[in-house]
Design a protein around this ligand. Structure first.
Ligand code: AMP
Ligand code: GLY
Length: 423
């Protein structure tokens, strides 16, 4: 079966790596991909936001399934585009239609959905420029810290957590005044939840679902979870504090009502649901929904899936996910992200990467890399994820860190304390 996978990060390399192991795979195309994906498939230079060129490629290359890595094409309606074009409507797209992608694309929509289906989340209210004064008054009724969220996609920067009331009021005014463009025309203000975060992943065909391994990611650039937010500096799966009784609660109180809600809303949802959760006093609350896999969580979740990933996707496409035998590896898997010096602020690209041949017992998922005449070069802030298995996360991390010393490029930085808060 010929597959087109959209995206270019570590997430896509991990998905491509796993798909390439399937005995059902024909040609695997990745658009645009990176130096890592070209080792397991064929990179194609496609403008993925241009759906008609995606369609042309799909028809010319007899692609039989499209898998969408990042959220933007989903929010822009790529699944709807396929369904509404007669010559490609039978080709399954793994990723929800626009109405489903709103769970990630609009915080206000997600909060309304959660309140309608009784899914535990922080108390909230939404405001626009016209209701700025009400927003300020609402802030006065809350206690510090204050959580302000731009409604739309803001490249992971749209959430502000402020300790000072006046600062929160000023930030609200700035956001509604266009700080994040259209994304902050509406702002959700919500109660601060104090707990420990984890990510839970579900794949659904719109009717039934499978729960994938959960993970914890480390978003801040600095050790001890300090400094600026990044795309993610490392991840661990399984998450030791997500024991069976907690995960049963997650399934009952969050996953089932979410999938039921999607079905009741009549949303054609074939793809991943990523639940950003926070555990407060042993109870799960939803911080956010995403409609794709997480990155770098994918780099620890995918290696723990024993079953054939392409087979899983085929069942999603056929709405027969309930018939799939789904197996998870008991081992722990961890990843450590090597990033460019300066990231998440300014950084240089084009640094030669060395040491690939020295890697033992870990596997590398490329994020921001590209091939050049001289070899593989850095091509982004997050460069390479080093993933390893172990009997527990400590053993797996030890292996990641041994190999993190071996892969090298000018300016290399990584956090040396991934998993520091876990027992
Ligand atoms: P989001 O983009 O919604 O995931 O928010 C980014 C980060 O802000 C989350 O990963 C949390 O660490 C934090 N956050 C968001 N909402 C809350 C909340 N209600 N209480 C505490 N922390 C939050
Ligand atoms: N690692 C968090 C995300 O992918 O959104």
């Amino acid at each position: 079966m010929n597959i087109l996978l959209l995206g270019s990060g570590g997430r896509e390399h991990a998905i491509a790596w796993k798909l390439s192991q399937s005995n059902k795979i024909g040609k695997l195309f990745i658009a645009p991909g990176n130096a890592g994906t070209s080792e397991v498939g064929v990179n194609v230079q496609l403008e993925i936001s241009n759906f008609s060129s995606v369609k042309e490629f799909v028809l010319e290359n007899k692609v039989e399934m499209v898998i969408v890595g990042p959220e933007q094409p989903l929010v822009d309606g790529i699944a709807d585009y396929f369904l509404s074009n007669d010559d490609i409507k039978e080709i399954p797209v793994i990723g929800p239609v626009k109405a489903g992608a709103l769970l990630e694309g609009s915080k206000d929509f997600a909060k309304e959905f959660m309140s309608k289906y009784n899914i535990p989340t922080a108390k909230y209210m939404s405001f626009t420029k016209a209701t700025l004064d009400e927003g300020k008054k609402f802030l006065e009724t809350l206690s510090t810290p204050y959580v302000l969220k731009a409604d739309g996609l803001a490249a992971g920067k749209g959430v502000l957590i402020l300790t000072d009331l006046n600062e929160a009021k000023n930030s609200l005014a700035e956001m509604l005044g266009g700080q994040f463009g259209e994304a902050s025309e509406k702002v959700v203000i919500e109660e601060f939840l104090d707990g420990i975060e984890l990510s839970v992943f579900v794949i659904t065909d719109g009717k039934s679902y499978k729960i994938l391994p959960e993970a914890k990611d480390y978003k801040r650039i600095g050790e001890g979870d300090t400094g600026l937010n990044t795309g993610g500096m490392g991840a661990v799966s399984p998450v030791p504090f997500a024991d069976k009784s907690f995960m049963d609660k997650v399934e009952r109180k969050v996953i089932q009502p979410t999938i039921d809600g999607i079905r009741k809303e009549g949303i054609n949802y074939k793809g991943f649901v990523f639940l950003g959760l926070i555990k407060v006093d042993d109870e799960p609350y939803v911080i956010e929904y995403n409609v794709r896999m997480g990155d770098p969580e994918t780099e620890v979740v995918i290696p723990r899936i024993k079953s054939d990933l392409l087979d899983l996707f085929i069942h999603v496409g056929n709405e027969t996910l309930d018939k799939v035998h789904f197996e998870i590896d008991d081992r722990s898997c961890t990843t450590v992200m090597l990033v460019s010096g300066g990231y998440p602020e300014e950084y240089e690209k084009g640094m030669l990467i060395t040491g690939f041949d020295k890697i033992e017992k870990s596997f590398l998922f490329h994020a921001g890399t590209k091939e050049s005449n001289d070899g593989t070069e850095t091509n982004g802030g997050r460069v390479i994820a080093i993933s390893s298995y172990g009997v527990d996360h400590k053993e797996a991390l030890k292996m990641c860190y041994e190999n993190a010393l071996k892969v090298d490029f000018k300016g290399k930085y990584y956090r040396k304390d991934i998993g520091f808060d876990l027992n």
